[in-house]
Design a protein around this ligand. Structure first.
Ligand code: ADP
Ligand code: MG
Length: 241
């Protein structure tokens, strides 16, 4: 469902933030993308979602090339960026409906979906308030709800747990599990290893723009017997996470 082939990105400043990144994520698979700060997670995610154009390589979602067939590809996935501070002049409800309009979600479907999700995240009584009055976590909840109104086949989330309280974080993890149970694909970045360890079929670890590990947590632990996951992670990466 998500395919990256040799993705490379050099920023104007000269920094090579991603180098020859290739992977494939299939139906019903949940993959955690781990790496220290500045490793290149956001850069890779932005190339997959069409926000950044790769210097080299290509990416596709459900078979649609994100550069050559951007509309077809974008209909298939939802993306939550690492910054929920967008369109703060809108109320939560206005923002969610704006996104639902873009994806042409029928009125009745969207009402039930929004109601269910807003109740799960305990934000239903706050949706009428402008988002500038929200906390970071509340904005993040609105981003999560709006990303699911069109029932995407592929869900891509950049550091989604940041700022969420334990109950919301739990709901988000449940939602990810529900998505994969329905045969959808989930890719999320995190620097919190425990989250990746508990949730994922597979993890990818990136350091200095290069994927240094891709496989299950169990395999990684077996290869490095006697060491804890945190220790292995620090040894694999530059150690400044
Ligand atoms: N717009 C930009 N211009 C120049 N360099 C950037 C830009 N965005 C990120 N970088 C650099 O690219 C590298 C990877 O950053 P990023 O993808 O944001 O990492 P991560 O999400 O893993 O923390 C870092 O060295 C960062 O400083
Ligand atoms: Mg990032």
């Amino acid at each position: 469902m998500i395919k990256a082939e040799g993705l490379t990105l050099q920023y104007g400043s000269g920094t090579v933030a991603a180098k020859d990144v290739s992977f494939e994520i299939g139906e019903g698979e949940i993959v955690g993308f781990a790496g220290p700060n500045g490793a290149g997670k956001t850069t890779v995610i932005k190339m997959i979602t069409g926000i950044l154009k790769p210097t080299e390589g290509k990416a596709s979602i459900c078979g649609f090339d994100i550069v050559k067939q951007p509309l077809e590809a974008k209909r298939k996935f939802a993306y939550i960026s690492d910054n929920p501070d967008v369109m703060l002049q809108l109320t939560g409800a206005e923002y969610i409906n704006f996104i639902a309009d873009i994806y042409q979600v029928p009125a009745t479907d969207r009402r039930t979906r929004i109601k269910n999700l807003a109740e799960r995240f305990k934000i239903n009584d706050k949706l009428g308030i402008q988002m500038r009055e929200y906390s970071h976590g509340m904005r993040q909840k609105v981003m999560i709800i709006s990303s699911l109104v069109h029932e995407p086949d592929v869900w891509i989330l950049d550091e989604p747990m940041t700022g969420l309280d334990p109950a919301a974080s739990y709901e988000l993890k449940q939602l990810m599990k529900e998505q994969v149970a329905k045969g959808k694909a989930v890719l999320f970045s995190t620097h919190v290893l425990e989250v990746a360890e508990k949730l994922c079929d597979r993890i990818m670890i990136i350091d200095k723009g290069v994927i240094v590990y891709s496989g299950t947590v169990d395999e990684l632990m077996e290869e490095n017997s006697g060491k804890g996951l945190e220790e292995i992670f620090i040894a694999l990466t530059s150690g400044d996470a």
